[in-house]
Design a protein around this ligand. Structure first.
Ligand SMILES: Cc1ncc(COP(=O)(O)O)c(C=O)c1O
Length: 376
């Protein structure tokens, strides 16, 4: 018998007067990790010299714990500030030659697309976007991407789509691309804590955020580099570790920065362990599915159907298209004390709902009452 785990909003410092239904965008850091982070910063300010002397050893310990959480080879795991930095570093390494194409899909995250566009502009290549229907299953995704790989110098693909919450078939896409000698960069921003051992599919580069689902302090992400690219891969900031032979150390020290977040990040992994994340995650999925169905019913719409949805993200279709999402979200937050995010796909607008350990069924119920009033 599996125990039904209780929600644990007490572990977070989130404003209890506000309903938080968008963990996916910026995460939320548990109190315990915040305390560790504050203590580290106090230590730095008590004696900056002693703090910076201690950073390399503590960074190594934190990096190894973060790599182990992903089940990644520690020799190919580097710390970066965010998924955007990981993708930019990957594009700085992969040879993109004139006249070739960088292939991506219609799921691509805007900022990651810009990274691809920048490199395409600089090298005289083109960005080629494969349209994937929202409900595409793995076979369809593979079949649609395959013909686009002719003349490609890189494939940029999401592990978990920010637009829809779909999980894409990375292992199959890597195999497909490698058969055609096309390197694969995986945008795994949402993957840590949602997909087990997410870096094991053989991509050339994989990057993912610890500051999303693992609830680590912001600016904590990992870049996993396949063996053949490790010597050629460099961090975006040139600093004293420039000539370090090993990839992880080359990325460790990037000038004078606030390294406290990286060192504090493993505390959030311990919080996840205490939350029995492996048992809790499917329970969050069940709560989210019920909540999303309730909101969809109240709106007279439906829950977005996906072949492989991520466990803690669900789309609910909105009755009409919302062209300018930011003012809508800000006004809804102000007037109803509920934080939500919206996405768009194939010309339709969706709510993208999250579930984390601090959410309760009541969060979705409140949304199901408030949102129809605004959209009526
Ligand atoms: C799929 C995807 N890629 C990249 C990013 C960028 O992450 P960051 O802002 O941490 O660089 C996000 C952020 O939401 C995302 O969802």
């Amino acid at each position: 018998m599996v125990t039904v785990l209780s929600p644990r909003p007490d572990l977070w410092s989130l404003d209890p007067a506000v309903v938080h239904l968008n963990h996916g965008s910026w995460g939320a850091v548990p109190r315990r990790t915040q305390e560790v982070l504050s203590a580290l910063r106090a230590e730095a300010e008590a004696n900056p010299m002693r703090w910076f002397r201690s950073v390399p050893e503590r960074l190594t310990a934190a990096r190894l714990e973060l790599a182990a959480f992903l089940d990644a080879d520690p020799a190919g795991f580097a710390l970066v500030a965010n998924a955007s930095a990981g993708i930019t570093a990957a594009f700085a390494t992969v040879p993109i030659s004139t006249g070739t194409r960088i292939v991506t899909t219609s799921h691509v995250y805007g900022a990651s697309r810009y990274a691809a566009e920048r490199v395409a502009r600089a090298r005289g290549a083109e960005l080629y976007v494969v349209d994937l229907p929202m409900q595409a299953d793995d076979d369809t995704v593979v079949a649609l991407i395959e013909p686009a790989l002719v003349g490609a110098s890189a494939l940029l693909v999401d592990h978990v789509s920010a637009a829809t919450g779909a999980i894409l078939p990375i292992a199959r896409l890597v195999e497909l691309a490698h058969d055609r000698d096309v390197p694969v960069i995986v945008d795994g921003a949402h993957a840590p804590a949602l997909i087990d051992a997410p870096t094991g599919d053989g991509a050339d580069f994989w990057t993912g955020n610890f500051h999303k689902w693992p609830a680590a302090p912001r600016a904590t992400a990992g870049l996993v580099v396949a063996e053949r690219w490790r010597t050629a891969s460099y961090p975006l900031i040139t600093s004293w570790s420039e000539y370090d032979e090993r990839l992880p150390e080359r990325f460790d020290m990037q000038g004078t920065q606030d390294y406290a977040a990286w060192i504090a990040a493993p505390e959030s992994l311990r919080v996840l362990a205490e939350l029995e994340w492996a048992v809790r995650r499917p329970q969050l999925t069940a709560m989210l599915e019920e909540g999303a169905a309730l909101v969809a019913k109240a709106l007279g719409t439906s829950v977005g159907e996906l072949a492989n949805p991520a466990p803690t993200l669900r789309l609910v279709e909105l009755p009409s298209v919302i062209a300018d999402a930011e003012p809508f979200k800000a006004r809804f937050s102000r007037e109803h004390q509920i934080e939500i995010t919206l996405t768009g796909y194939e010309g339709r607008s969706y709510l993208r709902l999250s579930a984390h350990a601090y959410n309760t069924p009541e969060c979705y119920r409140k949304l199901s009452v408030a949102l129809p009033k605004v959209l009526a």
